[in-house]
Design a protein around this ligand. Structure first.
Ligand code: ZN
Length: 71
């Protein structure tokens, strides 16, 4: 059994260590953090289509209707 109470596993490379003691926690290194970030961004781009002006137009209309209502 490990005596290290704060040991975590790096989500990228699964290496165990006290990664929260580093600026990259819970990742063991800057590289692993960037790899994980890139993975997430890649998956999101696959799932959702890129933002288009149409999407923002919908939001603008919603906000205008809510905020411009005179009371
Ligand atoms: Zn790592």
């Amino acid at each position: 059994m490990m005596a290290n109470a704060r040991e975590v596993r790096c989500p990228t490379c699964k290496k165990a260590g006290d990664w929260f003691a580093t600026p990259f926690g819970p990742f063991c290194s800057k590289r692993c953090r960037l790899v994980d970030l890139g993975k997430w961004l890649g998956e999101e781009n696959k799932i959702s289509e890129p933002l288009r002006p149409d999407h923002f137009k919908d939001f603008e209309n919603l906000n205008e209707e809510d905020m411009d209502k005179p009371k």
